[in-house]
Each structure stands twice: as C-alpha cells, then as structure tokens.
Design a protein. Structure first.
Length: 237
C-alpha cells in the first residue's frame, strides 16, 4: 500500500470504521460482514470493501472480516499508537475547550503548548499549561517536539498565525478560523468550518422533515442523499 493509493475520502472514513470496530471488539464480536459494518457506520458495503481493499485488507467469504485484525490494521494506518504533540494557538473559548478535552490525548494528540497574544491570557494557566506568547512559538515548538498546530484564533489574524506556524516548522495544521490558509508545499492543513457544517446539517434536516411529511425516510450515503418510501424498501435519487 502506498499513500497515493488511499484516497482522501477513504482516509476520512477510516476513523469512523475504527470507532465502530473498537465497540464491536469490546463486545467480544469476533468477525463482521461488510454488510453489517457498512450499516453500522452508514456507508454502502461496496464503498467499505473498496476502502479496505485500498489498505490490502480482504475478508473471508462466508465469514467476513476478523474484528481484532481490522482494529489493528486501521490503527496502524492511522498512526493512532503514535504520539503527535499539539500546540493550540488562540486561547479563547474554543481553544480552552480543546486544551481541556481529554479525548485529544487519548487519541494520540496530547496538547503540549498553548499560545496567545492577549496580554491578559499570556502567563495564565489552562489545563495545567502556561499560555505563552506567539513570539515564542518557534523555540517552544522545537523544545517540545510540536507536530500539529491547532489555530483557533479570529479569522482576521489566521494567516499571520499560520505564517508563524510555518516558520516554526510545524508540519500539520488544524484550521478553525473559517478562512482558507496559504501554506507552502509540505505543510498539511485541515480546515474545520463549524458554520459550514451546521449549514449542511440544516440542508439535510429540512429535506428530512419534508420527506417525513410525504411518507419517505431520508438518509445520506457516500454517493448522495436517498429518499426511501417508508415500509416498502423502494428508493429514489
């Protein structure tokens, strides 16, 4: 398997598969069919098989996939057993919430540094860490081995903060500013736009409400939304 063979869409689904498989393993489920796992995670079975094939994982006819093996294989691909130290930049409400979120560390992303330019925040303590000025980002990132920067600043200063992150040679950025950030080749940016995600949910919520009034159920698959008439199994794109 090479990185080029695994699509961005597949990578985005792997954590969803892993979460469901870990639940199955904790319930002592030994094997799972592609149909059952696909139903659990909300994709179609063809997509699931295609994703696993991209990782050189194939099931056994009549048996399915070994759950513990899938957990180990997907965990290895995602690097969840490695540690990726994080710096949160912008210690407002969102930054504080991320700093205090135990799930970050549990998933291999321990928050090791906090930064802000607000004089009232610099020097204060959040989640056991002292908030440092952004001017010290490069030195502290090198000292603490920071590999991921979470930018949780106002959008207006997002690019200047991003430039400081790049100068500090931090290779990965999680961008909460809502704006697109310009970075050089070799720096990976994932944008998290909460407003956009909520608007997408609103889109599907409206159509789900309308469909239910007409006697249809409405669900979203990887290939697009589907309307299914309640009780008869028929569907329409």
């Amino acid at each position: 398997m090479s990185d080029a063979e695994v699509s961005t869409a597949t990578v985005g689904r792997l954590p969803i598969y892993l979460r469901s498989l870990i639940d199955m393993a904790s319930d002592d489920v030994a094997s799972v069919s592609s149909a059952r796992l696909a139903e659990e995670v909300g994709v179609n079975s063809a997509t699931l098989r295609r994703d696993l094939n991209a990782l050189d994982i194939r099931g056994t006819r009549g048996v399915g996939y070994d759950v513990k093996y899938l957990v180990a294989a997907i965990s290895r691909v995602l690097g969840v057993h490695q540690e990726w130290p994080v710096a949160v930049i912008g210690v407002g409400n969102l930054g504080r919430a991320l700093a205090n979120y135990q799930g970050m560390s549990e998933r291999g992303f321990p928050v090791r540094a906090l930064f802000d330019n607000d004089g009232q925040k610099v020097g204060s303590e959040v989640a056991g860490l002292i908030v440092d000025p952004i001017a010290d980002l490069e030195a502290i990132a090198a000292e603490r081995g920071i590999l991921v920067a979470v930018i949780a600043t106002p959008a207006a200063v997002g690019q200047s903060v991003c430039d400081a992150v790049v100068a500090a040679r931090i290779p990965s950025i999680l961008n909460f500013t809502g704006n697109t950030l310009d970075v050089p080749d070799g720096v990976v940016v994932r944008r998290v736009d909460l407003a956009t995600e909520l608007q997408i949910l609103s889109f599907y919520q409206q159509r789900g409400s309308a469909a239910s009034r007409l006697g249809f159920s409405y669900f979203v698959d990887v290939d697009g939304p589907v309307l299914a008439r309640s009780g008869d199994g028929t569907s329409s794109d």
